[in-house]
Design a protein. Structure first.
Length: 618
């Protein structure tokens, strides 16, 4: 460890860790963060030349690989010019913004990546705002300059505008700019300049990201900003040492955000080296470490000297905007496909989730078998539900609802800033669709490329179910991005789904014969041979109201009773809704049954008679 006590200009008493830099990569979704980390790892010799390494190696969990997006922030490090650069890769999707907010506390500077064609998008704004609030110096990286529609110069101007709009200081505006093709590990100093490897980027990090500062002779203070788990040593607290030194086998204290404290012994201490966690005997200020030894440790806790405990300020995270009810599976098929079924299982699992998922809240609901789960958006919810079903859970979830607030006796609801990018010819249809969902256009820009960028302010509710319609309306050519934009007065009714449901009127097995006769009534979600129950939604009606239908009907005058024997009839393919589509499709009186094997939409009230009675009561 090289520690220099050279006086820094405005902090004379502060020492500096010259051999460390801590940097986070932030950007809008898909602008190339994880790909850039790949290139940094390759070029700093973390991998052997002929080593087989998957693309976007940091996107290591199953859902991340399947969806091609980053969900969890992750740490890695490279060594360059005798300096250890700790890198945090962050997710770009707005629903995982909570991950970005807290990981920024781990670093002293950011790489702000912006796509050379798309330019700054809503999440670029969100993450930059958070970085500027923490006074983190940015390095701007304009990526994907190989795109045929790249417009780096314009994009740079848009980035300046964004900084100014966010009240950046003179110093913050003085950021270094680099142009990259992350996929090829190429970096340029000007858009049309010479190709370099990433050396200019590494140099910029050493220059522009300040080395960690600390108080010499200060007792230990480490801020826990992430949690991890290891088979061998159990729970790991991942965080940044702000002051002092920690050694394996040290006795330390933990102070919770509520100010309570307990003690533990550091059983193992790890640092991040490339993709590995390596055991180290000690770590000092500015280091990012994983500490084992606490059974119970939370994000936001301070790990400190038991003889001189000093808590660090708590980490504040934006509030959730969407909530859903998670309850046990109450369908007649409950318990047939999953392993974890009880309210106890559900409660334990959700409580475990909250430990690591800081943007998520779990509260008891009215019924003992249900929990209200609140988060940042439908995708965040969908990821949790998908993870749980893969672990063997069965559950029922309700339609996602926005979280409203009472302000001066008035009902307020969350709004989003929405950016639409689409070919000119679809502007009319898109604007109309958004107007009916209470969207107000705030900006319109024509880049002269045949595509137009429209900006709206719209109630978050208005976006539920919009993505599908939008993709259909623009024949798959439109891009849609949105970001939470504060609370505003309730905008009144917004029409949701205009079609009713086709509801199974009895339990049984769907037949091709029945489906054939129903398919001109609407779109079926099921296929012959699928098991159904009374109250299960089997399709979308082409009309407004719900109807109960018999999908188990068999052809008369035949001895063949197999449900699939009559498959020869002309059947349209079933419309299979993905988890996210099902969440968007649901109405208030519906729910989604989730098991490891199946997703079944259902009426909340299953019995046809009971539903009719409820309808009469209104
Ligand atoms: N043409 C081009 N494509 C790139 C470049 N860099 C990344 N991509 C592609 O862009 C897509 C998204 O890349 P990722 O690295 O996953 O982006 P990300 O910013 O990590 O995305 P999230 O973590 O989900 O926010 C991938 O298909 C990459 O191959 C580049 O320089 N040029
Ligand atoms: Mg990523």
């Amino acid at each position: 460890m090289t520690i220099s006590t050279e006086a820094a200009p405005n902090a004379p008493a502060t020492a500096v860790r010259e051999d460390v830099r801590n940097v986070a990569i932030i950007a809008h979704v898909d602008h190339g963060k994880t790909t850039l980390v790949d290139a940094m790892l390759w070029q700093s010799g973390v991998f052997r030349e002929n080593q087989e390494v998957v693309e976007r190696v940091m996107d290591s969990n199953d859902l991340e690989r399947e969806k091609g997006i980053t969900i969890l922030a992750k740490n890695t490090s490279v060594r360059y010019g005798g300096v250890k650069i700790n890198i945090v890769d962050t997710p770009g999707h707005a629903d995982f913004g909570g991950e970005v907010e807290r990981t920024l506390k781990m670093v002293d500077g950011v790489l702000l990546l912006v796509d050379a064609s798309e330019g700054p998008l809503p999440q670029t704004r969100f993450v930059l705002k958070k970085a500027l609030e923490l006074a983190l110096p940015p390095i701007v990286v304009i990526n994907k300059i190989d795109r045929s529609d790249a417009r780096p110069q314009e994009v740079l101007n848009e980035i300046y505008d964004l900084f100014i709009d966010l009240d950046a200081t003179e110093d913050q505006l003085d950021f270094p700019v680099l142009y990259t093709i992350a996929r090829d590990g190429v970096c340029r100093l000007t858009p049309d300049g010479e190709d370099h490897k990433l050396q200019p980027l590494f140099d910029a990090i050493l220059r522009a990201v300040p080395a960690p500062r600390y108080e010499p002779d200060h007792p230990l203070q480490a801020l826990v900003l992430n949690l991890d788990y290891s088979e061998f040593v159990g729970r790991l607290a991942v965080g940044r040492i702000v002051n002092g030194t920690v050694r394996a086998k040290d006795d330390v204290a933990r102070i919770t955000v509520d100010g309570e404290s307990d003690r533990a012994r550091v059983t193992y201490l790890y640092a991040f080296e490339g993709l590995e966690r390596t055991e180290v005997p000690e770590a000092g200020p500015g280091d990012i470490v994983a500490i084992a030894g606490f059974d119970d440790v939370h994000i936001g806790d301070t790990i400190t000297d038991p003889n001189d405990p000093r808590p660090l300020p708590r980490v504040h995270i934006d509030e959730p905007t969407v909530s859903m009810l998670f309850s046990i599976n109450t369908s007649p098929f409950a318990g047939q496909e999953g392993q974890w079924l009880t309210a106890r299982n559900l409660k334990d699992r959700l409580e475990r989730e909250v430990l690591t998922n800081v943007a998520l809240k779990v509260e008891p609901a009215e019924s003992r078998d249900a929990f209200k789960v609140s988060g940042r958006g439908e995708l965040q919810m969908a990821v949790l539900i998908e993870t749980m079903r893969r672990e063997g859970f069965e559950l029922t979830v309700s339609k996602p609802e926005v979280i409203t607030r009472e302000v001066d006796g008035q009902r307020y609801e969350p709004f989003e800033q929405l950016v639409v990018d689409c070919p000119e010819e679809y502007v009319g249809v898109v604007t109309q669709a958004l107007a009916s969902r209470k969207g107000r256009m705030t900006n319109m820009a024509n880049h002269g490329t045949g595509r137009v960028r429209l900006e709206f302010r719209i109630p978050s509710r208005g976006l539920i179910g919009f993505r599908n319609q939008f993709l259909t309306d623009t024949r798959g050519t439109g891009l849609l991005n949105h970001l939470f934009d504060g609370y505003g007065p309730w905008e009144g009714e917004i029409p949701h789904r205009t079609n009713g449901a086709l509801v199974a009127d009895r339990t049984g097995v769907a037949t091709g014969y029945a489906i054939e006769h129903l398919q001109d009534r609407g779109d079926l979600f099921i296929e012959p041979g699928d098991r159904v129950y009374e109250g299960m939604v089997v399709g979308e009606n082409s009309r407004e109201q719900d109807i109960d239908v018999n999908v188990t009907r068999e052809k008369k005058l035949t001895n063949i009773r197999s449900s699939t024997s009559d498959i020869a009839v002309q059947l349209l393919p079933a419309r299979k809704l993905s988890l996210e589509q099902a969440l968007e499709w649901m109405r208030d009186d519906e729910a989604l049954e989730v098991t490891p094997k199946s997703l079944r939409l259902r009426k909340r009230t299953l019995s046809q008679t009971d539903r009719a009675r409820e309808a009469r009561k209104g």
